[in-house]
Design a protein around this ligand. Structure first.
Ligand SMILES: Nc1ncnc2c1ncn2[C@@H]1O[C@H](COP(=O)(O)OP(=O)(O)O)[C@@H](O)[C@H]1O
Ligand SMILES: [Mg+2]
Length: 355
């Protein structure tokens, strides 16, 4: 019967990025949710795994990674396949997909590259477009636009493609940082993820090594004044109308939310975050304004800092393909807002179809 045909979801995961493994975990969660009793009536999933070298695997091989518990061994074996040849969509079955669901965190995916590629298929996708994805991933552009919209941010500076080996340039940069920002200072590559390449420094002598570390990932560097903060996150979804989820707080044992602490199981997620209702309301408003500023829609997670001493809110960043594992903030925020994971994935497809 027309109208009752199941929607075919093209789940794309893995990818040539430092968040490859997280993407597999996210995709497993989403795959299971689409295959739940309630969703099986409406959807079928076709899986597309991209290995760490950028090779696309066919749907059957990809699905095995999602249902096989020993995904790490499988991934490693398949990485050797096709290394010599350009495997770009070679033999990949696109025709039977109705809606794409890209779950590629970080580089070569979340940065808009997958959105650009999928545009040529003329099929809708879960998530936002090329511009929002690319700007959301690039801290320099993101912050510049937020400043233009007068959204609250910590004090920051940025440098693009400067030659740190040139003594005059190096001194000019260091002097400007010392003049304009107070310690502690965070030094970040403009494009990265999972806190990789980021340093928190408290002394002038650590500045140059931190700049060099960031530059290894991206020659465009952001330098921020570091505050004592609580970390607050809010989910959004929608198109012309954006909805916000409950607000959550993540608590960790380390000094800041660095790479190791991000993947530490002792982290605590508290939903709803214990903050007063006026601040909650303000955070939700800024979450929507910030997504509008960058043309982000579909779904995203907006991250904030709440300064401990002043209770002031600062916008940190927007993640356009946030973690989707069982323990990830984004699905937990929506669960607390009344959508369990099965309802959430179905709703995101509806949003992509403007239903
Ligand atoms: N200005 C800042 N003040 C305090 N903590 C910060 C600041 N900037 C970053 N951090 C800490 O570093 C973490 C990672 O920074 P973030 O910019 O979110 O990078 P990523 O995009 O890799 O997640 C934050 O979650 C926070 O713990
Ligand atoms: Mg972050």
């Amino acid at each position: 019967m027309i109208g009752c045909k199941k929607k075919s979801i093209g789940l794309i995961f893995g990818g040539n990025s430092n968040e490859h493994e997280v993407s597999i975990s996210s995709a497993k969660t989403v795959y299971q949710a689409f295959n739940s009793e309630i969703n099986k009536e409406r959807f079928i999933v076709r899986s597309f795994y991209i290995n760490k070298y950028g090779d696309w695997l066919d749907s059957d091989s990809s699905e095995k990674i999602l249902i096989d518990e020993s995904e790490n061994n499988k991934t490693k074996k398949q990485e050797i396949v096709n290394r010599e040849k350009i495997n770009f969509l070679d033999g990949i079955e696109f025709q039977n997909v109705d809606v794409w669901f890209p779950l590629l965190h970080g580089f070569n995916g979340e940065d808009g590259s997958i959105h650009g590629l999928l545009r040529f298929t003329n099929k809708p996708l879960v998530g936002c477009g090329i511009i929002g994805s690319a700007i959301g991933m690039d801290k320099i552009f993101m912050k510049t636009i937020f400043s233009n919209f007068k959204l609250p941010q910590v004090n920051y500076l940025f440098f693009q493609n400067e030659d740190l080996n040139d003594k005059v340039v190096k001194n000019k940069i260091i002097n400007e940082i010392l003049k304009k920002l107070n310690f502690p200072i965070f030094v970040k590559p403009s494009n990265s993820g999972s806190s990789l390449g980021i340093s928190k420094i408290i002394n002038e002598s650590d500045l140059l090594p931190a700049l060099e570390k960031a530059r290894e990932i991206d020659p465009r560097i952001i330098i921020e004044e570091g505050l004592e903060v609580r970390e607050i996150e809010c989910g959004i979804m929608g198109n012309s109308t954006l909805l916000t989820s409950e607000i959550g707080e993540v608590k960790y044992e380390s000094d800041w939310y660095d790479y190791d602490s991000k993947y530490n199981s002792n982290n605590k997620i508290i939903i709803p975050a214990q903050i007063d209702s006026k601040i909650t309301k303000e955070i939700k408003e800024i979450a929507i304004q910030s997504c509008r500023a960058l043309n982000i829609f579909g779904f995203a997670r907006v991250d904030f800092f709440l300064e401990k001493s002043s209770n002031k809110i600062f916008l940190n960043e927007i993640n356009t393909i946030p973690g989707f594992t069982k323990n990830s903030m984004f699905p937990m925020l929506w669960k607390a807002s009344g959508l369990n994971i099965e309802q959430l994935v179905a709703k995101l497809v509806d949003v992509s179809l403007d239903l």
